[in-house]
Design a binder for this molecule. Structure first.
Ligand code: ADP
Ligand code: MG
Length: 149
């Protein structure tokens, strides 16, 4: 399955629709090159999930936390992860509870250390349109996706 999403605004909208359908305890991987739109998509997902305010990119902090009406949501960016031990030090496992939504940019940096995702979305910058390709979705993850096109 793939979607062509030609603007940041539409990327955010697509994320919002997805975020509305996601349940607490869902793990989403966001793959794609720098500039492909992962953070834009994550901010839409967080808005749809119920976070009303602004979102920050976790590029330097590794993780940003949000309290939403549906419980905690965590947005990771593992691009700067240098040593897998950093994940343990930040208490990564505690974030992955059944109560929280977890979005992970650059999951490849922690390959083998993270559980399998419910949804794995890969973003490709193929001008003029960005494209989202579905890599993997559990049955639960697939049920949340916005309509195919
Ligand atoms: P990443 O987190 O993958 O590095 P960003 O979300 O920071 O990427 O987006 C990089 C740039 O691309 C931003 O300027 C953003 O507004 C823009 N962008 C995001 N999604 C799209 C899209 N679907 N079409 C066109 N531009 C986009
Ligand atoms: Mg980013």
């Amino acid at each position: 399955m793939h979607w062509d999403i030609p603007s940041p605004e539409l990327m955010r909208e697509w994320g919002k629709t997805l975020g509305q359908a996601l349940k607490p305890g869902t793990l989403v991987y966001l793959s794609g090159d720098l500039g492909a739109g992962k953070t834009t998509l994550a901010s839409g997902i967080l808005a749809g999930y119920g976070h009303a305010g602004r979102t920050k990119s976790p590029t330097y902090t590794l993780v940003e936390s949000y309290e939403t009406a549906r419980g905690p949501a965590y947005h990771f960016d593992l691009y700067r992860l240098e040593d897998p031990e950093e994940l343990d030090m930040m208490g990564f496992r505690d974030y992955l509870s059944s109560q929280s939504l977890c979005l992970v940019e650059w999951p490849e940096r922690a390959a083998g250390l993270l559980p399998a995702p419910d949804l794995h979305l890969s973003l490709e910058l193929c001008l003029p349109d960005h494209r989202i390709t579905l890599f993997h979705a559990s049955e639960r993850g697939r049920a949340c996706l916005p309509g195919d096109d």
